[in-house]
Design a protein around this ligand. Structure first.
Ligand SMILES: O=C(O)CCC(=O)C(=O)O
Length: 276
C-alpha cells in the first residue's frame, strides 16, 4: 500500500489551504484503493451500514445515498483511513503534529439525482470545536463542477461564523435541536460570493476546513458519482457535544471530556503523527 498523501501536499497546497480554506490535491490516493471503494459503494447500496441517509424513496429523481462510520467494521474503509495517506495529508495541510479520525463518510449520487447537498459548514454538525479540523474528500469517479463536484465559498472558514445546522432534505431530524443564525442563501446570490469549485478525477483529494461553506449539485453526469470523505481532528480540536449535533458518537460512547482534546484511541484513533 502506498502512502501518497503523507508526502503529497506541496508548500503551495498548504498555503492555499490556509488562505482559501480548501485545496485540490490531484492523484492523492492510489487507484487500486479507489476500485475497492467503488466495490464498497455497490455493497453499501445493497446492504447499508447503520448510519445512512438515502433519498431512494423520495419523489425527487435519482438517489443520494450516504453511509458513515464504517471504519470500525469495514476493512476497506479502515485501510483507506489509516494506510492511504489521507491522515497525513490532512495533518500537513492543517500544520498539525497529528490527526485523529472523527469519521468516514461514503457519498453516492446516482446519475439524474436532483437532490443537492445544500450550502453548509460542517463544524456545527459535529461535536467538536477547533480551527484544525478538516475533511479529505476523495473522488472515486470523475466529475465536473457542472455535473456534481463540490463548490466552496473561498475564505469563508475565516468568517468567524457558526451557522445553524439544517436537515439536508428539510425533514425533521437531530439538527432541529440547534437554535442559531441561519446560513445565508448562497445559491440565490451566487455572484455575491467568491465561489470556487474543482473538477475531479478518481484519486483526487479536496482537503477543506470544517468551517468553510460548501455544497454540491445533484448529479447531471452520465455515471454514478462516488466519493469517500474522512474527517480529521488536528492539534487544537476539543470535544464539544451540543444540541443538534451528529448523534453517531455521543458522550456515552467516548472517554473524551468536554472542552478537552479528544485523546480517545478507541473512538478517535490517531491516523498520523510526527511522534512514532
Ligand atoms: O459529496 C458531497 O456532495 C457533499 C460532501 C460534503 O458536504 C462533505 O464531505 O462535507
Amino acid at each position: 500500500m502506498t502512502t501518497h498523501g503523507a508526502e503529497t501536499p506541496t508548500e503551495a497546497h498548504v498555503e492555499a489551504f490556509a488562505a482559501d480554506g480548501v485545496v485540490h490535491v490531484p492523484g492523492a490516493v492510489d487507484p487500486s484503493l479507489i476500485d475497492e471503494v467503488l466495490a464498497l459503494a455497490d455493497r453499501q447500496l445493497a446492504e447499508p451500514g447503520p448510519w445512512v441517509t438515502d433519498t431512494a424513496d423520495d419523489p425527487a429523481p435519482g438517489r443520494l445515498f450516504t453511509s458513515r462510520y464504517l471504519w470500525r467494521d469495514d476493512p476497506v474503509v479502515n485501510r483507506f483511513a489509516f494506510q492511504s495517506g489521507v491522515a497525513g495529508l490532512a495533518a500537513r495541510c492543517m500544520g498539525s503534529s497529528s490527526t485523529r479520525l472523527y469519521f468516514d463518510h461514503l457519498l453516492v449520487k446516482e446519475p439524474g439525482t436532483e437532490s443537492t447537498t445544500p450550502w453548509h459548514q460542517d463544524i456545527p454538525y459535529w461535536p467538536f470545536l477547533g480551527q484544525s479540523i478538516c475533511s479529505v474528500w476523495v473522488a472515486c469517479s470523475s466529475s465536473t463542477v457542472e455535473e456534481s463536484s463540490l463548490e466552496f465559498v473561498r475564505g469563508s472558514h475565516r468568517w468567524e461564523k457558526y451557522f445553524a445546522p439544517e436537515s439536508f432534505d428539510g425533514t425533521p431530524g437531530w439538527t432541529d435541536d440547534f437554535d442559531g443564525e441561519q446560513i445565508p442563501d448562497i445559491e440565490a446570490d451566487r455572484s455575491g460570493y467568491d465561489i470556487v469549485g474543482f473538477d475531479v478525477e478518481p484519486g483526487d483529494a479536496i482537503v477543506f476546513s470544517s468551517w468553510i461553506i460548501h455544497g454540491s449539485p445533484g448529479n447531471a453526469g452520465a455515471g454514478r458519482r462516488v466519493a469517500l470523505s474522512t474527517r480529521w481532528l488536528g492539534d487544537d480540536a476539543v470535544w464539544h457535544p451540543h444540541p443538534g449535533c451528529d448523534p453517531t458518537v455521543t458522550q456515552a460512547e467516548t472517554t473524551a471530556v468536554p472542552g478537552q482534546y479528544p485523546a480517545d484511541d478507541d473512538r478517535f484513533p490517531v491516523g498520523w503523527s510526527t511522534v512514532s
